[in-house]
Design a protein around this ligand. Structure first.
Ligand code: SF4
Ligand code: SF4
Length: 483
């Protein structure tokens, strides 16, 4: 597995693909510094967050539990039934505009700090690799070395751990859909008893392993659409990780005036602060040279900031030759935070968030639907006109709930049967039963509209559905009676 020469990445091709189309593996060096420390802390918090959601209970359900079998979706205490899925449109658009707003303001801060792919790759899989194979030069040397017992042992150990970690992540991912006790029951049983879940675990573990062991940064460079959207979302005022060309150029190595100390490497007057040491390139996980300008491959991981700050500190120069700044900031102009683009995205974000909040707060802990029984829309007999419906009441709470069914806007004499007394619906269950509306022929004067109301026992909420009582033309009915 030959290493990619990282000294001067070409902008003519993707850094991870050689001219013959084969995969070029990167061996990014370690970068230590304030950003690396902050990212590590935030990554640990995020990993704990991602993996703990199925364990934390809110209103008796896991914080996130997408129960596809019963079509109930529990999100931080709110339970949605399949009929409530329209609400997700506003939640997803609200999240989308939040990402637009954050990107317009802070560039690819999501990619570098919070994306699960970056978090798990940088802070789990790469750490396993470093622990087993050593730092970048050792990893590169091991990759270039012929197969030996040591190399076979290290690679076997690394890939075994990769598979194990991928399997653990996959099982916790499955818990988002079937709950932890169910996952545990599946793990304890023979695969033949849960073929579907077993195949899912097998395939998902394989996909995760393939991604984190081999595909890696190519997901960001080649597949992720957000990286491509970046250029459309940011402008010269957006915060990005960039290189201060005015300060750094012309770049060039310093000649030591004394062998005594690195501090004696005084910058030559004709040169900028960049000593062309290539540390920023060596630490880059996507193998690019940030000095060539803002690039789609930059995931904003800040490794090059820490690396260059370290070099500048050793040279007794101010930190920040590579830093978070806007393109305008780098060219000496003012950065404007409030501008039409950010205001528009913020407005859309507010609209999405407000509608999502309104929609989620109006979600009722029960659902009800009413449909006409198939066949004739009405039945006329010797004494009455009859309409028959099917009522379906879904209880979205854990406990049994009691509901009463009543009518409003009904004509005098209308009698309902099927729901004369309150009905009990088990927790997370539903009932489907007929509702028959009957009107004496003598009082029938033609079709009319009315409301069917379902109310919970405490009278805390009422669900209303309009229906139409259908029947023949009243005049024809009277004429028929006279005959
Ligand atoms: S780490 Fe800093 S000094 Fe070294 S090449 Fe990169 S920008 Fe120049
Ligand atoms: S250029 Fe810097 S911030 Fe961007 S991916 Fe490379 S190391 Fe990370």
């Amino acid at each position: 597995m030959p290493a990619l020469p990282l000294d001067h990445p070409s902008r003519e091709s993707v850094t991870t693909i050689r001219s013959d189309g084969s995969r070029a593996f990167l061996f990014p060096s370690d970068a230590r510094g304030r950003f690396n420390l902050a990212r590590r802390i935030s990554a640990l918090a995020l990993i704990a967050f991602y993996l703990s959601l199925p364990w934390i209970k809110v209103n008796g359900h896991p914080a996130v539990f997408l129960d596809v079998v019963t079509r109930r979706f529990h999100l931080f205490g709110v339970t949605l039934a399949a009929q409530d899925m329209w609400l997700l449109f506003f939640v997803i658009t609200g999240m989308g505009f939040s990402l637009f707003f954050i990107t317009a303001l802070l560039g690819r801060v999501w990619c570098g700090w919070a994306c699960p792919h970056t978090v798990f790759l940088d802070h789990v899989y790469r750490r396993i690799e470093r622990w087993i194979e050593g730092d970048a030069p050792k990893r590169r040397a091991l990759a270039a070395a012929p197969m030996s017992a040591t190399k076979a042992f290290k690679y076997t150990l690394k890939h075994t751990l990769y598979v194990l970690v991928s399997a653990v992540i996959t099982h916790l991912l499955l818990a988002y859909f079937v709950s932890l006790p169910e996952v545990w029951a599946m793990v304890s049983a023979a695969p033949a008893e849960h073929w579907g879940a077993f195949v899912f675990i097998f395939i998902a573990t394989g996909v995760l392993y393939f991604n984190f062991a081999w595909f890696r940064e190519q997901l960001c460079i080649v597949i992720c659409p957000y990286g491509r959207l970046q250029s459309a979302l940011i402008d010269d005022h957006s915060l990005v990780v960039g290189y201060d060309v005015k300060r750094g150029e012309p770049r060039g190595a310093r000649r030591a005036s004394s062998a005594a100390a690195t501090a004696a490497l005084a910058p030559a007057p004709a040169l900028g602060d960049c000593v062309d040491c290539n540390r920023c390139v060596q630490v880059c996980p996507t193998g690019i040279d940030i000095r060539q300008g803002l690039q789609m491959e930059c995931v904003g991981c800040t490794a090059c900031i820490d690396a260059c700050d370290d070099v500048m500190t050793r040279l007794a120069r101010p930190r920040g030759l590579i830093r978070y700044d806007s393109q305008n900031g780098f060219s000496g102009q003012k950065t404007q935070w409030m501008r039409p683009r950010t205001l528009l995205y913020f407005f859309l974000l507010l609209v999405g968030a407000s509608v999502a909040t309104w929609a989620l707060t109006t979600v009722k802990p029960a659902n009800f639907g009413i449909t006409r029984i198939t066949g004739s829309p009405y039945v006329v007999d010797a004494t009455s006109v009859r309409n028959q419906f099917l009522v379906r009441i879904v209880n979205k709470r854990n406990q049994t709930a009691t509901f009463t069914v009543s009518l409003t806007g009904a004509k005098p004499g209308l009698v309902q049967s099927g729901f004369e007394s309150a009905v009990a619906v088990p927790g997370m269950g539903e009932i489907v039963q007929p509702l028959i509306l009957q009107l004496p022929r003598a009082t029938y004067s033609g079709p009319f509209k009315l409301d069917v109301r379902v109310q919970d026992a405490g009278g805390k909420y009422t669900l209303v559905r309009p229906v139409e009582f259908l029947g023949p033309d009243a005049r024809l009915l009277r004429e028929e009676e006279k005959k």
